[in-house]
Design a protein around this ligand. Sequence first.
Ligand SMILES: NC(=O)c1ccc[n+]([C@@H]2O[C@H](COP(=O)([O-])OP(=O)(O)OC[C@H]3O[C@@H](n4cnc5c(N)ncnc54)[C@H](OP(=O)(O)O)[C@@H]3O)[C@@H](O)[C@H]2O)c1
Length: 239
Amino acid sequence: MVEINGSVVAITGASSGIGAAAARALAAEGAKVVIGARRAERLKELAAELNGSATVVEMDVRKSEDSQKLVEAALDAHGRLDTIVVNAGIGVYGGIMDMSDQQIEEMIETNVSGTVWPIRAAVPLLLKGDGGDIVIVASVAGLRGAGDEAVYAATKFAQVGLAGALDRELREKGIRVTAICPGGVATEFAMGTGRTPDMPGLEEMLRPEDVAAAIVSVLKQPRTMRSLVWSMRSIHEPD
Ligand SMILES: NC(=O)c1ccc[n+]([C@@H]2O[C@H](COP(=O)([O-])OP(=O)(O)OC[C@H]3O[C@@H](n4cnc5c(N)ncnc54)[C@H](OP(=O)(O)O)[C@@H]3O)[C@@H](O)[C@H]2O)c1
């Protein structure tokens, strides 16, 4: 197993849900986390909870220069970057004709451009280290799209396609690329689809901590192996 104690991990979308859970899980393993999102107050609260092992970066993944800020913060604080967890994302559900142009543009910019910019910013630093990792939090919607999520599924298929192609581009240079594809996870994102915390479906979903544990596990795998796509579901979720 690879030791991640002391490694430097940048995470997008760390102000809530899976990203925040990943920051907690990685910090518990001794990693230094560089946490990015738009809601700086949430990030500061998380950093306070993590007792100095986190660096906060207010950023919008839709802007390439903000992704540069994220990796530069890692460089300033720790002199290197070992892993980037590309997790920030939004989902709007409904039929293709039920969404506004703006909702579609925001989803594509956040989920597709907002995946490409942090990776482009991180790769030069990852190449300088002794083996880097890119972990993309995609979705089961990146493997098969449900009927009410065509555009969301398109963005998540884009992430899975990007991960596969990047693996072919970067594996021989020592960088592993993994797409994690969860089913429903009980986060603010899931609530946004019309659910409320008291609805029974929510407690039967994956927990953000489950996805965080998968991220930790991917990073700890011996560097003689790589996980390309990790598809995960709650035990209650039908196929
Ligand atoms: N929950 C699910 O059922 C589920 C299932 C499969 C995959 N996923 C994926 O998991 C990822 C994380 O979602 P989650 O479930 O943890 O939901 P969440 O709690 O809503 O977290 C989403 C995160 O993305 C950040 N974000 C959104 N737009 C951003 C932007 N323009 N710039 C920077 N950060 C931005 C949010 O931070 P700010 O708002 O502070 O910027 C927040 O930290 C997403 O990519 C989602 O597609 C979720």
